[in-house]
Design a binder for this molecule. Structure first.
Ligand code: COA
Length: 259
């Protein structure tokens, strides 16, 4: 599919989606987010894609937020639609069957930080900066930042970042659990790919069940423990379970993706 704001490349069963608005620090227009959702949704049903990496073109920014010039004149109705559509994008990443890793190559501010947080894991370059500066613009975050930041780093620190609008560097993000790893810029994509390949070598159905169970922890009115009991039971009648247990008992490596 042809896109205006993102680049996609598929290699070794890994789809790399790169936000391609470098001169605007990969600021997220509504169309950009729509294209990210289209690419992610298409990949969910494409057997050639085992996992995804989301990154930004260039070394300066993953995404410096929603595109301020686009929404500066929005009214309540337009802004509410913008936020709801943005939530759909984030939810489709977070709740999808396939792992998405954010390779955070610089600024991840506002919507950029929210996009990175919707991914299952984050690998950051040493020059990365994370923050939710929306209070400087007169708005709260609108793409899930008030919820996912609390989930990832706890209420106290999340409140501090959300209320001050301060950005934090990669090492601080690592110490708070906002990123899983920090690597040199030059190694970022390879490190993200290595982590993704490791996960993709595990049982895809078990990985999918882990995503569902962990996400249910945060859903109001859903019992995550019950979900785990259900998914555990369901796993026993999958081909992956046969393969995994047979491999262990026969002292061989499992191959969950045999043709
Ligand atoms: N929306 C729209 N355009 C953006 C943008 C955003 N969120 N972030 C950066 N840009 C644009 C700038 O307007 C500039 O465009 P121009 O060259 O046409 O003037 C270009 O990207 C480069 O940004 P610039 O500000 O010159 O880079 P810098 O290195 O001096 O500063 C930042 C980098 C990230 C500190 C600064 O761009 C910034 O504060 N951006 C906004 C962050 C923000 O508030 N995000 C939350 C939005 S909800």
């Amino acid at each position: 599919m042809a896109y205006n704001n993102i680049l996609t490349s598929l290699e070794d069963n890994i789809l790399v989606i790169s936000i391609n608005r470098e001169s605007k620090l990969n600021a997220l227009t509504i169309e950009t987010l729509k294209e990210i959702k289209e690419a992610v949704d298409e990949a969910q049903t494409n057997d050639d894609v085992h996992g995804m990496i989301l990154t930004g073109v260039g070394e300066k920014a993953f995404a410096a937020g929603a595109d301020i010039s686009e929404f500066a004149h929005f009214n309540t109705e337009q802004a509410t639609r913008m936020s709801a559509d943005g939530h759909d994008v984030m939810n489709s990443i977070e709740n999808g069957n396939k792992i998405v890793i954010a390779a955070v190559n610089g600024f991840a501010l506002g919507g950029g930080c929210e996009l990175a947080m919707a991914c299952h894991l984050r690998v950051a370059s040493s020059n990365a900066k994370f923050g939710q500066p929306e209070v400087n613009l007169g708005v709260p975050p609108g793409y899930g930042g008030t919820q996912r930041l609390v989930q990832l780093i706890g209420k106290g620190k999340a409140m501090e970042l959300l209320l001050t609008g301060d950005a934090i560097d990669a090492q601080t993000a690592l110490s708070l659990g906002l990123t899983n790893k920090v690597v040199e810029s030059a190694d970022l994509l390879n490190e993200a790919k290595a982590l993704l390949k490791k996960i993709c070598s595990k049982s895809p159905s078990a990985v999918n069940k882990v995503i569902k169970c962990v996400n249910d922890y945060f859903r109001p009115n859903v019992n995550g423990m019950q979900r785990e009991i259900y998914e555990f039971g369901e796993a026993f009648e999958t081909a992956d379970f046969q393969e995994g247990t047979d491999a262990f008992l026969n002292k061989r490596k499992p191959n969950f993706r045999a043709e």
